[in-house]
Design a protein around this ligand. Sequence first.
Ligand SMILES: Cc1cc2nc3c(=O)[nH]c(=O)nc-3n(C[C@H](O)[C@H](O)[C@H](O)COP(=O)(O)OP(=O)(O)OC[C@H]3O[C@@H](n4cnc5c(N)ncnc54)[C@H](O)[C@@H]3O)c2cc1C
Length: 174
Amino acid sequence: MQHWRLPVPPGKLRYLAHMLPTRVPDTPLVHGRACVVGDAAGLLEPFTGEGIYYALRSAHLAAEALIAASVHDTSPVAYGTAVDAEIMPDLLGARDLQQVFDAWPGLFHLLVRRHGRSWHALAKLLRGERGFREVAQVLRRHPFLVRAILATGHHPAPSPVQRSHQHKPGALNG
Ligand SMILES: Cc1cc2nc3c(=O)[nH]c(=O)nc-3n(C[C@H](O)[C@H](O)[C@H](O)COP(=O)(O)OP(=O)(O)OC[C@H]3O[C@@H](n4cnc5c(N)ncnc54)[C@H](O)[C@@H]3O)c2cc1C
């Protein structure tokens, strides 16, 4: 990695932030004949903040479910099942990785800089060549290590949205 210099002195930087709506598992996606998609459904990947793909993909899944439901005049419940099967594993994997990153950002950065395999694995994730669901599978193989990392790491004050997540079973606990 090349060294990178900020174009302005750090003290003069202005930071902006936006809330990222990320879905808690089992939050309803369908009510009657209505489906929520994209950000409205919390289908946003929390590690990088990528939401455009999930907005388009969930809209596609909702359209398919609505067309099928209209034939039998039923509710498009298949949409929720499709999101849980296709989209949620990646979002939960990304949330797991984000928790590890938030706990030890310096260590995470050092590992990615110094350990070639970690760097290539992260690059593949960011290029979309591997899914975040694979991260969850890797982390599940080392539950004690992950718990230790999370227990001893730095924990920024949780936002109200994050606090509501803490009461739900996350992928790491599952
Ligand atoms: C600062 C920032 C940077 C981001 N960068 C990226 C990125 O680089 N890559 C990426 O993949 N994702 C990125 N995202 C996330 C991405 O923008 C969203 O996940 C995505 O746009 C969600 O699409 P959506 O259609 O669900 O919602 P939106 O794009 O928010 O569309 C919802 C639309 O509904 C309209 N609307 C709201 N209420 C009403 C109403 N009552 N009546 C009529 N219209 C209404 C809104 O005006 C809006 O146009 C970023 C998000 C932010 C905030």
